[in-house]
Design a protein around this ligand. Structure first.
Ligand SMILES: [Mn+2]
Length: 436
C-alpha cells in the first residue's frame, strides 16, 4: 500500500529502475553475471576451511579444434578462456577473496589467429564481475602461499591433467581430490535462466527430429538423416550437438551407443534416433523410434506400445522424493509383468525386462549425462526418462526418451511437443512418403 503521492511516485520510479536493471543486467551466455557470482559464493561456502577449489579451463585455442569450455569452469565463470585457472577459497581464508581468476596475456600472434580472448584487464572485470583477476604468470607463487593454509585441493578434469604436478611441487603435503561431487550438487537444480536455455535446446532438438522424420524413407543413408537434423539444429541457434547423434536402423538399433551412422535404411525397418542439440552450453536429449516405411508392423507396434506404456508409467511415478534408481526398478518390474515375450540369443522365451539393458534415467544439463549427486528428486532438477527394448533375434531396437523438469507435485514433460503416439509417429514419416 502506498500512503502518499510522493511515495507512489517514488514507488513507480523504483519499479521502473528495477525493471530497467533486469532488462539491462549483464549476462554471459544467457546467464546473468550475478548468477555466476552466486554459484562461486555457494561453492566457497561448501568448502571446508583447509580446502581450496582449483579449476582449469580447456587448453586448446578456439580455432584449432572446435572449442568447448569444460563445463564446471564454464558454470563458474561464463568464460571461453584458454590456459586459465579459477581458484575458489573457503568463505574465511587468510589468503584473500573467495574468487581469484588467473588469465594469460594474449600474444599478438594468438590474437591474429584466434581473435581476442579474455585477458587480465578492466574489460574482463566488468564483463565477468570477477574483481580479483591476475596474470597467469602469478599462479605458481600464489599457490605456494595458498596451499599452506589450504592443503586439501579439489580439482576439475583439466586441472588434474595440467596442474597436479605444479601443485605437488608447490607443496608436497597437498592432498588432491575431485571437485565434481560439489559442483554436481550446485548444477543439479536449474535456475530460471538455465531452464530458459534448456527449453531452447529442446526446441532445436524437436525441430531436428521433425526434419529427420520428413527425410526418412527406405533407401536413405543414416548420415543423410544426421545432416537433416544438424541443419535444423543450427537454424534454431544450436552451436553443436550435445553428444554424437545415434541414428540406428534395423540391427544397428540394438547397439546402444551406435553413432557411425553409415548404413542404408531398409524397408519396414525401425530407425532409432537419439539426438540432442546444445544451446548456450545446455543440451537436450530426445529419442524417438520411427518406422522407415511410415507404418509399424503389428509386432513392431506391440513392442513400441510396451515401451511407450513403460515411459508413461515412469512419468506418473516420478515426483519429488523418489531417486532415479527407484524409478528404474519400477520400470524393470513393469517390463517383467508385461504379457509380451521375446526370444533371447539361445532361442528361449523371456519376459521383456530381459531386453531392457540400460539405466532408465539420468540428470541433464550442461552435459548430456549431467553429474548425478545421487539425491532424491526435488523441484528444479531436469532429467530424462528413456525405457527401451533391444531384441537382436528380431532386428528390433526401440527407445523413447523425453526430458523432464521436476515440479512441486510431479514432473513436466519439456519435450512433449514432439509426437510419440504410434499413429502420430507414422504420420510424421508418411508426411514425406505421400508427397513424393
Ligand atoms: Mn539420454
Amino acid at each position: 500500500m502506498l500512503r502518499t503521492s510522493f511515495g507512489w511516485i517514488m514507488g513507480l520510479t523504483l519499479l521502473w529502475g528495477s525493471l530497467y536493471a533486469v532488462a539491462d543486467a549483464p549476462t554471459l551466455w544467457g546467464i546473468p553475471i550475478s548468477e555466476y557470482a552466486q554459484r562461486r559464493a555457494q561453492l566457497s561456502q561448501m568448502l571446508e576451511s583447509d580446502q581450496v577449489a582449483i579449476l582449469a579451463s580447456e587448453n586448446s585455442p578456439p580455432t584449432r579444434l572446435k572449442f568447448r569450455q569444460e563445463s564446471n569452469f564454464m558454470y563458474l565463470t561464463g568464460l571461453e578462456a584458454v590456459n586459465s585457472v579459477l581458484v575458489i577459497l573457503p568463505a574465511v581464508s587468510p589468503v584473500g577473496e573467495e574468487t581469484v581468476l588467473f588469465l594469460p596475456r594474449q600474444s599478438r600472434v594468438s590474437r591474429l589467429f584466434e581473435g581476442p580472448l579474455p585477458e587480465p584487464n578492466e574489460q574482463t572485470r566488468r564483463e565477468t564481475g570477477i574483481q580479483d583477476i591476475r596474470d597467469r604468470g602469478e599462479l605458481r607463487a600464489f599457490l605456494a602461499e595458498a596451499l599452506k593454509a589450504h592443503p586439501r585441493v579439489l580439482l576439475n578434469r583439466p586441472a588434474r591433467a595440467a596442474l597436479a604436478d605444479t601443485i605437488r611441487e608447490a607443496n608436497p603435503e597437498t592432498q588432491l581430490g575431485g571437485i565434481e561431487r560439489l559442483t554436481a550438487q550446485l548444477r543439479v537444480v536449474k535456475s530460471p535462466a538455465e531452464l530458459a536455455l534448456m527449453r531452447k535446446a529442446i526446441q532445436a532438438s524437436i525441430a531436428g527430429h521433425r526434419a529427420l522424420a520428413q527425410r526418412l524413407a527406405p533407401g536413405v543413408y543414416e548420415y543423410e538423416l544426421e545432416g537433416a537434423a544438424q541443419d535444423a539444429f543450427r537454424r534454431h541457434g544450436s552451436e553443436r550437438e550435445g553428444y554424437p547423434m545415434i541414428i540406428g536402423s534395423g540391427p544397428n538399433a540394438c547397439i546402444l551407443h551406435y553413432n557411425a551412422n553409415k548404413r542404408r535404411v531398409g524397408a519396414n525397418e525401425l530407425v532409432l534416433v537419439d539426438i540432442g542439440a546444445e544451446y548456450s552450453y545446455y543440451t537436450a536429449d530426445i529419442t524417438r523410434t520411427y518406422p522407415a516405411s511410415g507404418k509399424f508392423t503389428p509386432r513392431q507396434r506391440a513392442l513400441y506400445v510396451a515401451v511407450l506404456d513403460a515411459l508413461k508409467y515412469a512419468e506418473k511415478e516420478a515426483k519429488p522424493g523418489i531417486t532415479l534408481g527407484q524409478l528404474h526398478q519400477k520400470v524393470v518390474e513393469f517390463f517383467r509383468n508385461h504379457k509380451l515375450r521375446a526370444k533371447d540369443e539361445n532361442g528361449n522365451e523371456q519376459t521383456l525386462d530381459r531386453f531392457f539393458l540400460h539405466g532408465l534415467s539420468h540428470m541433464l544439463g550442461m552435459d548430456v549425462h549431467d553429474l548425478d549427486p545421487n539425491l532424491p528428486l526435488k523441484p528444479g532438477m531436469v532429467f530424462t526418462i528413456e525405457p527401451g527394448l533391444y531384441i537382436p533375434s528380431e532386428g528390433i531396437g526401440i527407445r523413447i526418451e523425453d526430458d523432464y523438469l521436476v515440479t512441486e507435485t510431479g514432473v513436466e514433460n519439456l519435450s512433449r511437443a514432439l509426437p510419440r503416439e504410434p499413429n502420430e509417429v507414422e504420420r510424421m514419416v508418411r508426411g514425406r512418403l505421400t508427397r513424393r
